[in-house]
Design a protein around this ligand. Structure first.
Ligand code: ZN
Length: 355
């Protein structure tokens, strides 16, 4: 993609500046900012460049997004560009419009959930050795899900068996924890690499059984591959065409979402996204998919814990309903279970439409 992409990016910028004289790139040169033509058409004068148009770095789709009105968003194809430029004194170049649609056709087919370079660490997943300790970890994970999956299958999901191995084989020599802590992390924890590749969420397999130093004694801790990097979300790698309808499944914990993926959704890796919010909020993660990734036509499925706080769903309704996006709530009504992080026999899925 690299060089052809750059050529296209320059053409796109040139075209935008021609059509929108106030156009200006943001500090990262990743977006062009213009006065929102749709706000202007609706009589809500914009003089502060509320519309940002993504320039397609890292294979991102070319979406436009107005920060004042959530309905002013979409993919920049020839039709939309003509619409945005309809009040402009110049018209879009016909040759460019063709190029634009061609670009969209190509990038729409790309796999968005390959490991990206956003966290500046382009981490490659490594082969997991069939060692005694990895077998203990494999059994631990499988038991929680009620499944029998081979190591390679688990590794495909960005499950990390050995941090030291992962770092070593990616030529990362610095660690962000002391050596004796690193030993313990490899021995007693199983990890989940987040979408930024900057962080590994670690589950303590011996919590309450084997005493560990206080700094790592919690059930869940984080290992930062790069200090200060955003920790991100755990998202199971799948393949999506951003122009298709996409079902986005969100659960609280890593085991919840793995169980949803395998036990309820048949491990379907096409046009489906599975993410765990970790300590974050559902709403933040939903906004990440809409604003950062520019997914056009999603349906959200939220697999709630039974002890979900009462303000969470009304807040989602307030923010997401105006966007005309459907949200379904899934709960596990099996007696005595509070979430989905359990084997299939202990799941009784109850679904309703939030709006
Ligand atoms: Zn607008």
């Amino acid at each position: 993609m690299g060089t052809t992409n750059n050529g296209f990016k320059e053409l796109l910028k040139e075209q935008l500046h021609k059509l929108f004289p106030e156009a200006k790139e943001d500090g990262a040169d990743a977006n062009t900012l213009i006065n929102c033509p749709l706000c202007n058409m609706e009589g809500k004068r914009d003089n502060d460049r509320h519309m940002s148009i993504c320039l397609g770095d890292d294979g991102k789709p070319l979406f436009f997004n107005c920060w004042r009105n959530n309905l002013h968003r979409g993919i920049l194809n020839s039709e939309n560009l003509e619409k945005l430029a309809s009040a402009s004194t110049t018209i879009p170049d016909a040759g460019f419009l063709e190029l634009l649609d061609e670009y969209n056709r190509r990038s729409g087919k790309m796999n968005r959930y390959r490991l990206d370079s956003k966290g500046r660490y382009n981490i490659g997943l490594v082969r997991v050795d069939n060692t005694e300790i990895n077998e203990v970890k494999r059994i631990y994970i499988c038991k929680r899900l009620g499944l029998d999956l081979p190591l390679e299958e688990l590794a495909k999901n960005k499950i990390i068996f050995s941090i030291k191995d992962l770092l070593y084989r990616n030529y990362i020599r610095e660690t962000t924890r002391a050596p004796q802590i690193m030993e313990l992390l490899d021995k007693y924890y199983v990890g989940f690499l987040t979408n930024t590749n900057g962080c590994i969420i670690l589950r303590n397999m011996v919590a309450g059984k084997i005493p560990l130093p206080e700094s790592i004694a919690d059930r869940y801790i984080k290992y930062m591959i790069k200090k200060g990097a955003p920790s991100g979300y755990y998202i199971i790698p799948t393949s999506c065409n951003l122009y298709n309808h996409i079902d986005i499944h969100l659960a609280e914990g890593t085991f919840d979402i793995l169980s949803v993926f395998y036990n309820l959704r048949g491990a379907n890796r096409v046009d489906n996204i599975y993410g765990s919010i970790g300590g974050n909020s559902y709403l933040n993660m939903m906004e990440y998919f809409l604003s950062d990734l520019g997914i056009i036509d999603p349906t959200f499925h939220i697999y709630v814990d039974n002890d979900i706080k009462p303000h969470v769903l009304p807040e989602i309704e307030r923010k997401i309903k105006p966007l005309d996006i459907e949200v379904y709530i899934h709960a596990n009504s099996y007696p005595g279970e509070k979430d989905f992080g359990v084997p299939m026999q202990k799941i009784q899925e109850y679904v309703y439409k939030l709006f």
